[in-house]
Design a protein around this ligand. Structure first.
Ligand code: ATP
Length: 211
């Protein structure tokens, strides 16, 4: 790593809706990995799960409201602008072409990393970026994911010096919040308070989302 290399983090997801379980870890990822910026990239047509409930525009609007003026957090709409399945490989390749000197650090929760084996061109993702796996309440890594971490760790060395291919598990503040539970609360009519920024709660109510 040269001292001038920018360190760009990427946190992909459905963000349906964004909540504090995304936002607090995002700040810690920025700090812990000395990132110049962290791109929050909502998927448009998720490759590994059902169609989101809120529209892509609504999910982008909620993310924008949630992160307004938070230094270092960038809402990146690139997957919304692609009318094809939202593959992380394509996003990382684009970011690499735009920032050829930068070190890309793709961040995901344990539950997401546990499915990584099924991701489109996952081996090539490891040639484009380092990966941070953040711990998450009630999530555990299976044998395949654990052995990949061991293998990449041994092969490439520490995250601090690798351009790509290193995988590191990191602790973040544990918040047992999920978008699934929030959507269930909306349909049950129970309170959403203190699970997400107040502006996002207001947006959900105003737009009658997830009912
Ligand atoms: P859903 O309940 O709809 O599956 P989610 O709450 O898991 O949604 P996603 O948008 O799918 O949210 O998550 C985006 C990324 O953030 C994933 O890598 C996921 O593992 C991570 N993430 C989500 N919630 C948390 C949390 N509470 N703590 C740590 N990581 C999280």
């Amino acid at each position: 790593m040269t001292t001038s290399s920018k360190r760009i983090g990427i946190l992909g997801g459905t963000f349906d809706p964004v909540h504090f379980g995304h936002l607090r870890p995002a700040i810690e990822l920025l700090e812990n990995n000395k990132l110049d910026r962290l791109h929050l990239v909502p998927n448009h047509r998720p490759a590994h799960r059902d169609k989101p409930h809120a529209s892509t525009v609504q999910r982008l609007e909620m993310l924008t409201l949630a992160t307004d003026s938070v230094e270092g957090l960038i809402i990146d709409p690139r997957e919304a602008e692609r009318d094809k399945p939202s593959y992380t490989f394509d996003t990382l390749q684009e970011l690499h072409l735009e920032n050829p000197q930068a070190i890309l650090i793709f961040c995901m929760g344990q539950d997401a990393f546990d499915q990584f084996e099924s991701w489109h061109r996952w081996q090539e993702i490891l040639e484009l970026a380092n990966i941070v796996v953040m711990d998450r309440p009630d999530a555990e890594l299976g044998t395949w994911a654990k052995s990949l971490i061991t293998r990449q760790g041994e092969k490439v060395g520490a995250m601090a010096s690798a351009k790509a291919g290193a995988i590191e598990c990191q602790h973040v503040t544990q918040l047992a919040i999920s978008a699934t539970n929030i959507r269930k609360r909306c349909s049950d009519g129970t309170s959403l308070r203190f699970l997400m920024p107040e502006v996002v709660r207001q947006y959900i109510i105003e737009h009658r989302l997830y009912q």
